[in-house]
Design a protein around this ligand. Structure first.
Ligand code: NAD
Ligand code: UGA
Length: 345
């Protein structure tokens, strides 16, 4: 709530969260943690749900519009008494009673977020506004999965959280990267103005089982191509870099951030940095040495380099990734083989 001080300056005060339901004080009430995961049917979200469901004190509700996610990713939890799945679009208001919100809902693959850019920006802005409104109404803590794309095509390398970015506001990627930047702004404005407890993770490229096979992102593309015996499509110039984090490391980082005391933003990613040509060579060596590598045209505004500075995650969360790219790729290969029905020769 904003108030005016005697000298006319605006000050912000924290508004206390609303009282919980009287049932919470009942003698027989089970003090479970009620957790909402938006986008929980997607790649990272479904792995996060698996981890949250391992704790018997957690009741997990997923809301998802299934644009890029699928019920299949959650099939082992359907009908579980501590699990609930709601088909819902976060651009519409949502009324549920929860203690924590992991807000992931947003298409993440560039092909999908560029497919309907107006919808992507609505998801990032109106969707985040709705989830913050929910957090405010019920007094929940909310974590936003932001992105390394808030740094745009970075002029500082590696990227610390203090770097303000080099982002094109009118390009074809802007619906996503500017959308996430506004989402971060909304998070901090609700925190300062309404005392909402917030957490912001800046996620760097994450890979692992359950990525959509025709997702369009580079690791899933190369693995599917190698397994099908198709040329690996390296977009020019091939010297652009990314840092790839295995999904279980990512989930561990998100849980630590939610449970910790820091609002963030905090970079969560694996600092191991590879050019796209190096990635293609590694996939070729590990999965199919006979496959060709083809250079193809790139898309506009592709960042030339990206690597997280994770000093803050180490210091504040005691977190650093455990799975190297060479160890993670075979785990993903196994999942892709079983879904594509291609067994190892
Ligand atoms: N995977 C990465 O490398 C990466 C990197 C940076 C940030 N992130 C962020 O992490 C989150 C999850 O990414 P992911 O890789 O799991 O992507 P994903 O596409 O697999 O999952 C996104 C989920 O959100 C759902 N969704 C999309 N729009 C929605 C809407 N309007 N209402 C309700 N549900 C909606 C989709 O159906 C899907 O289940 C996203 O917020 C993404 O921006 C991911
Ligand atoms: O980590 C992040 O912050 C962001 O990273 C990715 O965006 P991007 O890095 O562009 O992901 P990819 O589409 O996987 O592209 C990575 C690189 O691989 C290249 N690429 C992609 C696909 C392909 O077949 N071949 C290829 O060489 C691209 O040109 C690009 O340089 C994610 O998809 C975003 O959701 C996420 O927010």
């Amino acid at each position: 709530m904003a108030t005016d001080s005697p000298n006319g300056e605006q000050q912000t005060t924290s508004k206390p969260p609303p009282l919980p339901s009287p049932l919470r004080f009942s003698k027989f009430f089970q003090a479970n943690m009620r957790i909402l995961v938006t986008g929980g049917a997607g790649f990272i979200g479904s792995h996060l749900v698996d981890k949250l469901m391992q704790n018997e004190k957690n009741e997990v509700t997923v809301v998802d519009n299934f644009f890029t996610g699928s019920k299949d990713n959650l099939r082992k939890w359907i009908d579980h008494p501590r699990f609930e799945l709601i088909r819902h679009d976060v651009t519409q208001p949502l009324f549920v009673e929860v203690d924590q919100i992991y807000h992931l809902a947003c298409p993440a693959s560039p092909i999908f977020y560029k497919y309907n850019p107006v919808k992507t920006i609505k998801t990032n802005v109106i969707g985040t506004l709705n989830m913050l409104g929910l957090a405010k109404r019920v007094g929940a803590r909310i974590l936003l999965t932001s992105t390394s794309e808030v740094y745009g095509d970075p002029l500082i390398h590696p990227q610390p959280e203090t770097y303000l970015g080099n982002v094109n506001p009118i390009g074809v990627r802007s619906c996503y990267d500017e959308g996430k930047r506004v989402a971060e702004t909304l998070m901090f404005d609700y925190h300062r103005q309404h005392g909402i407890e917030i957490r912001i993770a800046r996620i760097f490229n994450t890979y692992g089982p359950r990525m959509n096979i025709d997702d369009g992102r580079v690791v899933s593309n190369f693995i599917a191509q190698a397994l099908r015996g198709e040329p690996l499509t390296v977009q020019k110039p091939g010297s652009q870099t990314r840092s790839f984090c295995y999904v279980t490391d990512m989930v561990d980082g998100l849980l630590r951030l939610m449970e910790g005391r820091s609002t963030g933003p905090i970079n969560i990613g694996n600092p191991g940095e590879f050019t796209m040509l190096e990635l293609a060579e590694t996939v070729k060596e590990l999965i199919n040495p006979k496959v060709q590598i083809n250079m193809v045209d790139n898309t506009p505004d592709d960042p030339r380099q990206r690597k997280p500075d994770i000093a803050k995650a180490k210091e504040l969360l005691g977190w650093e990734p455990q799975v190297t790219l060479r160890n993670g790729l075979p785990l993903m290969e196994e999942d892709f083989r079983s879904r594509l029905g291609i067994s190892k020769a």
